[in-house]
Write a protein that binds this ligand. Structure first.
Ligand code: EPU
Length: 362
């Protein structure tokens, strides 16, 4: 480890760390070292010093979107742990290291609307712009005001406008690159305590509102949390069904000219009645299908392959791969490949994994 790290204020070296303790899948080996940056400046300084020394770096937030190989890992983990939060009348500025759901909970408690549909999502604030986190009809792109980035190429620490981030469905120019580290994020919030318009049909039905209506943010938060729990998408240390990296695949967008062929394959497999109910949404360049729905119809039921398997699909949602306690990265990869290949063979649709891979790949 470069000696200069010891000089950085608010940077804490944590001995004997393991990625298994730092990821929600609870899989992963031992890095060369783990340092925690308690301020934005400490995070940026650590990354700069390691970059200058040519040491491979893994920037870690909440660890909820990572699949990490076991064994010795030739990298230093810089954990983003800056926790300052400043609320204004209609905004909040948050350190990237804040736990995302704590920020959502506090903004709702303060009577500020906007983030409520994104309740119960694991991970940290800093991860949300990187993959434009979204759920229940809202994505952070709608609410972002500005993002403070440490640019690893130019070594600049600066605030950027969200338009520079190329935000799109579960992605941005930052995803799957090492070019920048998110240090702080500012969101606009609604001072009337009203939610964003409710767009997701299942949520509107539960809330008994018309799609497009806005309603009490606190009530939306409770309803979203209940929906997510029902799908095993709220972390619970006691419940292996929630030891996952969230949705393992993004929902595929099928080009318009291919959708009829996919529909025919679906019909051949599950019959016209079910095929007629296939979830589909208009998207840029085609039709977005539901990965979870396709996975089940391709023959991978919730809980696949078996109750005693080390890695299984969640028993509540076919889109989450879960570690039942003893799974290795290889177990997760084997299951992910089986599902991806099975969906491709059944329907000709390519599923793309959502998590970031460290030392391994699907
Ligand atoms: N479905 C199934 N079987 C399943 C799961 C879902 O048939 O096992 C069907 C459902 O019946 C529904 C459709 O698939 O018709 C969509 O399911 P769901 O409402 O659960 O949403 P999703 O598309 O699977 C997405 C996000 C989630 C987000 C929810 C709610 C992606 C990849 N996933 O899931 O985000 O919470 O919508 O908005 O976009 C995440 O990204 O990690 C994540 C959890």
């Amino acid at each position: 480890m470069p000696a200069a790290l010891a000089e950085v204020p608010d940077l804490v070296v944590v001995p004997d760390s393991s990625l298994a303790d730092l990821t929600t899948l609870r899989i992963g080996g031992r890095p060369r070292a783990l340092v925690e940056g308690r301020t934005a400046e400490a995070v940026a300084a650590a990354v700069r010093i390691l970059d200058d020394a040519g040491v491979p770096v893994l920037v870690l937030g909440g660890g909820s979107n990572l699949v990490v190989a076991e064994g010795g890992l030739d990298l230093v983990v810089v954990a983003v742990r800056n926790h300052d939060v400043t609320f204004g009348e209609d905004m909040v500025c948050s350190g990237a290291g804040v736990t995302w759901d704590d920020l959502v909970a506090e903004s709702v408690e303060r009577g500020l609307g906007g983030l409520e549909c994104l309740s119960g999502i694991p991970g940290s604030v800093g991860a949300t712009p990187v993959q434009n986190v979204g759920a229940y009809g809202v994505e952070v792109a709608q609410l972002l005001v500005r993002v403070r980035l440490y640019d690893r190429a130019s070594r600049e620490d600066r605030w950027v406008d969200p338009v520079e981030l190329g935000l799109d469905y579960r992605t941005s120019v930052l995803k799957n690159t090492d070019r920048a580290v998110v240090l702080e994020v500012e969101f606009r919030l609604d001072p009337d305590g009203l939610s964003e318009p409710i767009r997701y049909a299942e949520l509107a039905a539960r809330l008994d509102v018309e799609p497009g209506e806005r309603t009490d943010a606190a009530q939306v938060r409770e309803t979203v949390l209940a929906l997510r729990r029902g799908k095993g998408m709220v972390l619970d240390g006691e419940d292996h069904d929630t030891w996952s990296a969230g949705s393992f695949f993004t929902n595929p967008v099928v080009p318009s000219e291919e959708i009829d062929a996919v529909r025919e394959r679906v019909e051949a497999r599950v019959g016209a009645a079910q095929a007629g109910r296939m979830p589909r949404f208009d998207a840029d360049g085609g039709v977005k299908l539901s990965a979870g729905w396709l996975i089940e119809r391709a023959g991978f039921a919730k809980g696949h392959p078996a109750p005693d398997a080390p890695a299984r699909l969640s028993t509540k949602h076919a889109l989450a791969i879960t570690n039942r306690g003893s799974a290795t990265a290889d177990d997760v990869i084997a299951l992910a490949r089986e599902v991806r290949d099975g969906v491709r063979e059944a329907f000709g649709v390519e599923l793309r994994p959502e998590p970031v891979w460290v030392g391994c790949a699907i």
